[in-house]
Design a protein around this ligand. Structure first.
Ligand SMILES: Cc1cc2nc3c(=O)[nH]c(=O)nc-3n(C[C@H](O)[C@H](O)[C@H](O)COP(=O)(O)OP(=O)(O)OC[C@H]3O[C@@H](n4cnc5c(N)ncnc54)[C@H](O)[C@@H]3O)c2cc1C
Length: 402
């Protein structure tokens, strides 16, 4: 053993910490934008590895990956076309404008890791604990150094801690796998609960006989309040989707860092993507699309800044690209999540979506990745709420007939 002799520092052009969807998309995008750049992908886990998730993958994910030449990740899995939303006695079930996939993260993430390695990234198993900015670049644990480092290390990001960014609101969710009952085949089911909003249970058919089932809710903003226990989360799941808990196994819970009104990325050579960047849709808990989309912009920004010999510009380039892509959408989802704190509005939205397919499609788009609150949606929400709250007076009864 060599006492006191530090291991030599290994030099890279770009280091990506975390090999989930954000990290692998970053690595693939760096190589796509800057062929020949040396990319190191560090992850504390061996792949394939499981990740607590609903496994619902929006079509936008495949659109983005396709643009950097990555196709066929969904091969062998069944597209899901139907979505059912329910709260109390209000419900709507309709085909979605575009299908989603439900692919276990153990499979999905490992496929992306394979692609990144095949494209030329070097994968090393290593848990990053220490980040230092030096004149020669960013040094991780005194062992790995690069002019640009991308934090794709998830909800408890070490790189986010290094940048000193505050965490926003968080949710906590648990998932398991259970056999799919015949009436739920080919469907994604979402049932809203009545605890701190957003709170809902889900059952997403994987198409192979099993469903991903789970429940999540917003965590208290006041940290003195107790977070929900595992028993409480499972209890809520069983109340909303009876029988799921007894039928399920492989329970695993995780935090969801929800996006806010605005999004921060400091200037400089350290970039954040996906959950590390606090990017999960606050209405639905979907984060894979944002992880892939911001991974791709980070990869492009890193390659561009590296080529220009000015790595410190990477942060600014990444911030601009993400704001152009998601800025307005994030404000609209923040607003929609606030509105969804009202049970009356959620039920009004469900009623409006039952009557009008376009409202349904717009709500799905807002929840998955790219949508906005349109005038059409607002108009129908108001009508949906009014239908419930306007009392049936003798006059309205007369107007409707017996
Ligand atoms: C229960 C639940 C259900 C969800 N359902 C959905 C859904 O249906 N659809 C959807 O789109 N989103 C869903 N999400 C959100 C989604 O899981 C995340 O947004 C997504 O995983 C973010 O990807 P990421 O690459 O940023 O982070 P992650 O997938 O968390 O990957 C981070 C990687 O970094 C590694 N890492 C962490 N720390 C270190 C370190 N210090 N050093 C080295 N490596 C490190 C980890 O091992 C991991 O591989 C759900 C989340 C939860 C908790």
């Amino acid at each position: 053993m060599s006492h006191g002799v530090p291991a030599p520092v290994s030099d890279w052009d770009v280091i990506v910490v975390g090999a989930g969807p954000a990290g692998t998309s970053t690595a693939l995008s760096v190589i796509h934008a800057g062929p020949g750049l040396r990319v190191l992908l560090l992850d504390r886990a061996d792949f394939p590895r499981d990740k607590s998730c609903g496994d619902g993958i929006a079509p936008h994910v495949f659109d983005r990956l396709g643009r950097i030449g990555v196709t066929g990740i969904e091969e062998g899995w069944t597209p899901l076309t139907r979505l059912e939303l329910a709260r109390g006695s209000s419900s709507v079930a309709r085909p979605m404008a575009r299908p989603v996939y439900v692919i276990p993260r153990e499979v999905f993430d490992a496929r992306l890791v394979e692609r990144a390695v095949a494209a030329g990234a070097t994968l090393v198993r290593h848990r990053v604990t220490d980040v230092r900015a030096t004149a020669e670049g960013i040094v991780l644990d005194g062992r790995y150094r690069a002019p640009v480092v991308v934090g794709a290390d998830g909800a408890h990001s070490v790189l986010r801690g290094h940048l000193g960014l505050r965490d926003g609101r968080r949710a906590l969710a648990i998932r398991g796998y259970a056999p799919t009952p015949s009436e739920r085949r080919g469907t994604q089911v979402i049932r809203y609960g009545d605890r701190r909003q957003p709170s809902y249970a889900w059952a997403f058919d994987r198409g192979d006989g099993l469903s991903n089932v789970g429940y999540g809710e917003l965590l208290p903003s006041d940290r003195t309040d107790d977070p929900p226990s595992r028993a409480l989360l499972l209890d809520q799941l069983d109340r909303l989707l009876p029988g799921s808990v007894a039928a399920g196994d492989q329970w695993k819970a995780h935090h969801l860092p929800l996006s806010g009104w605005s999004w921060e990325q400091p200037d400089g050579p350290v970039l954040l993507t996906g959950d590390a960047a606090g990017l999960i849709n606050p209405m639905t808990g979907e984060g894979i699309y944002y992880a892939v989309a911001t991974g791709i912009t980070a990869g492009r920004a890193a390659a561009q800044a590296f080529r220009a010999g000015n790595p410190a510009r990477a942060g600014e380039l990444h911030r601009r690209a993400v704001r152009a892509l998601l800025g307005r959408h994030l404000k609209h989802t923040w607003t929609a999540a606030r509105l969804a704190e009202s049970a009356t509005l959620v039920e009004g939205g469900i009623r409006a979506a039952r009557r009008d397919a376009r409202v349904f499609d717009e709500l799905v788009e807002l929840g998955l990745g790219d949508g906005r609150i349109s005038r059409h949606l607002v108009g129908h929400l108001i009508t949906g709420v009014a239908r419930r709250t306007v009392p049936r007076t003798p006059l309205t009864r007369l107007a409707k007939g017996p």
